[in-house]
Design a binder for this molecule. Structure first.
Ligand SMILES: [Zn+2]
Length: 304
């Protein structure tokens, strides 16, 4: 999600951001970096069967028909208005030009019980939203909806909450990033939300969503006193203050965006530029620390 939240911004508190830049550079480079990948985000692979990872065998080659799921089966359901199909296919093709993108797409396309709906909307044109989560009686996520803005190939979000996606602006200024790559980064971000929520306990997720508005409403009327015993108790129940929870969620999503980018950027000069910018962005955050982002980024359990 690419929201703005003034309450959370005001509630930020300093924890002491630090970041091991070398570790981040190393991570961005990844174990397979430096190979034959694209030197920059300017180049996208030629059209291929990658696009056909769409949903299921019933999807026609090159088409983007909605995927009508069998009951009790999971998969990806693309509900794209005709006027957005061409650009959506370009964005998707760019995302699927990476192994990270293909791997994630396949997980959801062949998921046994999770139905992932992807749609494009003119609302929040440069951003995206992930929600509509559903769980079954056993606590397994069975539904999620990713809503992409109709112009996610434009616009850069806030540096603090979106240190990776925001950092792409630097590369664009050098003509090194394409609009489709920006869109694919945002797709990866939104799928990162799905990945994380699917692996988060439903009880904690729902408790956080229930209590965050309560916390914010108290904060608005108590003079932004975060030492209010009521807020301390709510934070204890939620596992953090709302700003920390929001950053945590966005960092998981941004870490997934980085999985895509580390494949798309193989030139070490650009890697260094990007990692330097990401470091600068993370250092702007006074709610959380860069080490937390590194922990998330290095996690091996980004997929459900
Ligand atoms: Zn997000």
């Amino acid at each position: 999600m690419f929201p703005s939240n003034s309450v959370q911004n005001r509630a930020r508190r300093h924890i002491g951001p630090t970041l091991a830049l070398l570790a981040l550079v190393s991570w961005i480079a990844g174990p397979n970096a430096g190979g034959s990948g694209a030197a920059s985000l300017k180049e996208s692979g030629s059209p291929s069967e990658e696009v056909l990872f769409t949903s299921s065998q019933t999807t026609l080659p090159g088409k983007l028909h909605p995927y009508f799921l069998e009951p009790s089966r999971g998969g990806i359901r693309e509900v794209i208005a005709d006027k957005y199909k061409k650009r959506y296919q370009q964005w998707k093709h760019e995302f699927l030009s990476t192994e990270a993108g293909r791997r994630q797409w396949q997980v959801y396309a062949h998921h046994p019980h999770l139905v992932l709906t992807i749609t494009v909307s003119p609302n929040n044109s440069h951003g995206g939203k992930t929600g509509g989560y559903q769980w079954d009686g056993s606590g397994n996520m069975i539904g999620a909806t990713v809503t992409l803005g109709d112009r996610i190939d434009q616009g850069y979000p806030d540096a603090v909450y979106y240190p990776v996606t925001n950092a792409l602006a630097l590369l664009e200024s050098f003509g090194l990033v394409s609009a489709n790559a920006l869109a694919a980064t945002k797709i990866a971000h939104e799928l990162g939300h799905v990945n994380r929520t699917a692996t988060t306990g439903i009880a904690l997720y729902q408790l956080q969503n229930q209590l965050i508005p309560v916390y914010d409403s108290i904060l608005l009327v108590n003079g932004y006193d975060t030492l209010d015993p009521r807020l301390i108790e709510l934070a204890r129940q939620m596992g953090g203050i709302p700003a920390e929870i929001s950053v945590e969620r966005e960092y998981w999503a941004e870490a997934n965006a980085l999985l895509y980018l580390r494949e798309r950027i193989s030139d070490k000069r650009f890697q260094r530029s990007l990692s330097k910018k990401i470091k600068e962005n993370i250092d702007l955050c006074d709610t959380c620390c860069g080490e937390r982002f590194l922990q998330i980024a290095q996690s091996q359990s980004l997929l459900p």
